[in-house]
Design a protein around this ligand. Structure first.
Ligand SMILES: NC(=O)c1ccc[n+]([C@@H]2O[C@H](COP(=O)([O-])OP(=O)(O)OC[C@H]3O[C@@H](n4cnc5c(N)ncnc54)[C@H](OP(=O)(O)O)[C@@H]3O)[C@@H](O)[C@H]2O)c1
Length: 316
């Protein structure tokens, strides 16, 4: 099998420094789709991103129960620009065979209106099916030209190593691991995942790089997040974030009026990862994509790390 298929690894990301995450596209429950933003806003997000050179879009079968894939697919079909599309398979406990991955993949492709995905990721390493079984299913998807590259998501170091080893036996590289990474979540710096990705040439895709909005600087104990997000970020935590947010704003200002969101995204890029911030409207998309023309200095990254360390210590 290994000889007959085109084995794409992290090179699918060549030249890509930034992507767009589309979890909020069509998601009512967590992000409140339809209340404050709707499809016309998302079309603006897509068009603005394309105009500004963004080519990588991340979605998943579970986002908005398929709506995210449908919306993204519609915009891709209306655009002349070729884009790189990543989606994800959720290994629900009732999905017990390799066939279920191929079936789900075909449904994703149909919602997206595509014949092939650039990257297909295991969303979360859930039991009972073994990682090795899902990797065999991924190899079958490659063999059938349904995908170009294999990725995982939310895998820890040992789970990644199992995926890498299992794919290696079939002559296939692991292209990426998509995990939460931001100034308020730096677990991968400590648990070996980031170093392993860098050593092995596996792209680390940083999700929630804006800390689900907490690093944008617009939330505080006086203006907390609503709904599900509100339960993750207590008012006291938002207060504790203030010194970090103030530093981000100061550093942004020193770069000629950049925002804390832009500082958060550029921090993730400076760490050698590929951030995929979400955006709900044109102004968020304009801000988030305007990060590639400037960089943080090493000294600024160190100051941000130190402020984030202080916050993360308080959390314990
Ligand atoms: N693999 C996984 O398990 C997993 C898990 C989570 C996310 N992801 C991926 O990562 C992507 C991004 O993560 P995320 O959406 O969770 O969080 P995020 O990128 O950290 O935050 C996005 C949210 O921040 C706010 N925002 C964005 N840009 C802004 C700006 N410039 N100014 C002010 N507010 C701004 C918006 O929400 P408000 O305006 O409502 O504040 C937006 O929806 C997702 O779309 C998804 O593709 C993957």
């Amino acid at each position: 099998m290994a000889d007959q298929i085109e084995k794409k690894g992290h090179e699918i990301f060549d030249g890509i420094q930034l992507g767009i995450g589309t979890w909020s596209w069509g998601d009512r429950l967590y992000w409140g789709y339809g209340k404050g933003y709707e499809e016309t806003d998302l079309k603006d997000v897509f068009n603005t991103s394309i105009q500004r050179g963004i080519r990588f879009f991340d979605t998943a079968e579970v986002y908005g129960q398929g709506r995210s894939e449908k919306i993204l697919g519609k915009y891709i079909s209306e655009s002349e620009q070729q884009v790189i599309v990543a989606s994800k398979f959720m290994p629900f406990p009732w999905r017990l065979s390799r066939r279920s991955l191929i079936k789900a993949l075909k449904k994703s492709l149909s919602r997206l209106g595509l014949n092939q995905l650039d990257l297909y990721q295991i969303h979360i390493p859930l039991p009972p099916v073994r990682i090795e079984t899902w990797m065999e299913a991924m190899a079958e998807a490659l063999q059938n030209n349904l995908i170009k590259a294999v990725g995982v998501s939310n895998f820890d170091l040992s789970q990644m190593q199992r995926a890498v080893e299992s794919l290696r036996k079939m002559g296939i590289p692991l292209a990426s691991n998509q995990v939460e990474y931001s100034l308020i979540n730096r677990k991968i710096e400590k648990n070996g995942v980031l170093d392993y990705c860098h050593d092995q040439g596996i792209k680390l895709i940083a999700y929630s790089p804006l800390g689900l909005g907490a690093l944008t600087g617009k939330y505080s104990s006086r203006n907390p997040m609503q709904g599900f997000r509100g339960s993750r970020f207590s008012k006291s935590y938002l207060d504790q974030m203030k010194p970090l947010i103030d530093l981000m704003k100061k550093i942004g200002a020193d770069h000629g009026g950049k925002t804390s969101s832009q500082v958060a995204i550029n921090w993730a890029i400076a760490k050698g990862t590929l951030p995929i911030p979400g955006a709900k409207n044109i102004s968020q998309a304009e801000q988030n994509t305007d990060v590639l023309n400037w960089q943080l200095t090493e000294e600024e990254v160190k100051r941000l790390d130190a402020a984030s360390d202080t916050l993360l210590m308080l959390e314990k």
